[in-house]
Design a protein around this ligand. Structure first.
Ligand code: 13P
Length: 341
């Protein structure tokens, strides 16, 4: 099978109808904060137990095509020593590796950050490929304020995303490029649309300039939302229209698929917005891309609340996971209703 064919097949498999991607790639620092919030002492063992709970959930493969893992998780294992990556592969789920190394302040650009992680990436991708990873994620972060994001911040992160994407494709790994425009802030919906359009146009200009094969790329995007502190929150239908208008103005048709992050919305709101996007798709007679969910907090929050670190609550937490996945699967088809909550 040719190189292009392999990347395209993986990209397509990751957005199979009615399914999505579980983003379980929180850094140790982030997952520790989430564990503390549910009253669990954050240790490496509790992090392992939590991931084991997620990945051993019965029938998870009916709703999930791929799981995004942090470096420490892809090397970790279940109680009986089975590597998490092998467990997922046995269920027909594609292991995806988060390869960026988080953000650092952007010198001279107050309030902005740059994503790092290109050092040794070629070697790291080869190792991850040998561990079974067939896709890799890299997240860039853009903050909306009166003066941000700056053109310099957008350009640098989009160039970095292009370099990472090139190394991924060279390694036979699908890049899941994630330019996240943050939900936090007091900006309007119009401003979020303008910024997201600007970021995505620059991103695809750079990806093409660096000769990335767009047919083997997945875009992971934020939905277009008024800021979390903006007085007027937007109804789902308008979020759907603004989001899809943004993509039509910036994402080339060669890109096979776009998946969404939840970005700090409540799990229900993320699902409602996904459902409105699918309904809009039906009204419009289809969009050029396969659309799917790739939530972390939007799926895992209820799971963590049900579990609270207690062994006797594992099954209840796994039921909460399946429920959230089912609701998002319905939303992916535009058949979700809030009464199902
Ligand atoms: P959220 O769904 O919690 O925004 O996370 C998705 C993700 O992959 C962030 O990088």
């Amino acid at each position: 099978m040719s190189y292009t064919q392999t990347l395209q097949d993986t990209a397509r498999a990751l957005v199979a109808a009615r399914k999505g991607i579980l983003a379980a790639d929180q850094s140790p620092r982030t997952i520790d904060k989430q564990l503390e919030a549910i009253g669990v002492k954050p240790t490496a063992e509790m992090r392992r137990k939590y991931r084991q709970l997620l990945f051993t959930t019965p029938n998870i493969e009916e709703y999930v095509t791929g799981v995004i893992l942090h470096d420490g998780t892809i090397r970790n294992h279940t109680d009986d020593g089975t590597l998490f990556s092998d467990l997922l592969i046995a269920k027909g789920i594609i292991p995806i590796i988060k390869v960026d190394k988080g953000t650092v302040p952007h010198t001279n650009f107050s309030g902005e950050v740059l994503t790092q992680g290109l050092d040794n990436l070629r070697d790291r991708l080869e190792e991850y490929y040998n561990m079974g990873a067939r896709a890799a994620k890299w997240r860039a972060v853009f903050t909306i304020s009166e003066h941000t994001p700056s053109e310099q911040n957008i350009l640098f992160d989009c160039m970095t995303l292009s370099r990472y994407a090139a190394l991924c494709q060279e390694a036979g790994v699908v890049p899941i490029v994630e330019p996240e425009v943050l939900f936090s802030g007091n900006h309007s919906l119009e401003r979020a649309e303008a910024v997201t359009t600007q970021v995505l146009q620059k991103l695809f200009e750079q990806l093409q300039w660096y000769k990335i094969d767009l047919s083997g790329v997945i875009l992971k995007s934020s939905m277009v939302l008024a800021g979390s502190e903006y007085a007027q929150q937007t109804p789902a239908e308008e979020v759907a229209q603004a989001t899809m208008r943004t993509f039509m103005n910036s994402v080339p048709k060669e890109v096979p698929s776009i998946v969404f992050l939840s970005g700090g919305q409540t799990p229900q709101r993320a699902t409602e917005n996904l459902d409105a996007i699918a309904e809009l798709e039906a009204q419009e007679g289809g969009f050029p891309w396969e659309l799917a969910f790739s939530f972390s907090r939007g799926i895992e929050q209820p799971v963590q609340e049900a579990w609270k670190g207690k062994e006797e609550k594992v099954e209840e937490a796994q039921r909460a996971l399946i429920k959230r996945l089912q609701l998002n699967s319905m939303a992916d088809q535009g058949t979700y209703d809030p009464s199902m909550e």
